[in-house]
Design a protein around this ligand. Structure first.
Ligand code: ZN
Length: 147
């Protein structure tokens, strides 16, 4: 839609809405537009800039999408706490770890949390048997097991 500032020959100003400039011209020629004040059909367009309405819903600015991010989380500190937790809540079985893990899994030994040494292959093998094993990087090795 286009809105025009219109004026009659008596200088009465009013607005008119038209679907297009051609529509306005056609309506003026057909004398379908009359001044709401005096009824004159001698209408002219004023030289003000018309504005155009899109007719649809108002264009809304899209809300900026919030990025999910974390800042200030001390991963190393969290990991250290995790390691401390493991150390405090598990029994160190050292090199017996794979055997102990199996023994616990197959209920040959009482269920408990253990920690110890396991090679990558040991861990893979244990996992293949359905045993939950977590490789904990940074878990300190007891001094007598330092190679
Ligand atoms: Zn008029």
């Amino acid at each position: 839609m286009i809105v025009y500032d219109l004026a009659c020959d008596q200088a009465h100003h009013f607005e008119g809405w038209f679907s297009s400039a051609d529509d306005f011209d056609a309506q003026v020629k057909a004398e379908q537009i009359s001044c709401p004040v005096c009824g004159s059909v001698s209408i002219s367009r004023q030289l003000s800039a018309p504005y155009v309405s899109t007719g649809g819903s108002e264009q809304t600015q899209e809300e900026p999408t919030a990025e999910t991010a974390v800042a200030g989380v001390d991963i190393e500190s969290l990991h250290r706490k995790f390691v401390e937790f493991v150390l405090k809540n598990s029994e160190d079985v050292g090199k017996e770890f794979p055997a102990e893990a199996r023994a616990i899994h197959y209920e040959e030994k009482p269920r408990r949390s253990i920690r110890g040494e396991a090679s990558r292959d040991d861990i893979d093998a244990l996992r293949d048997e359905g045993i939950d094993v977590y490789a904990v990087p940074g878990l300190p090795t007891p001094p007598d097991q330092v190679h």
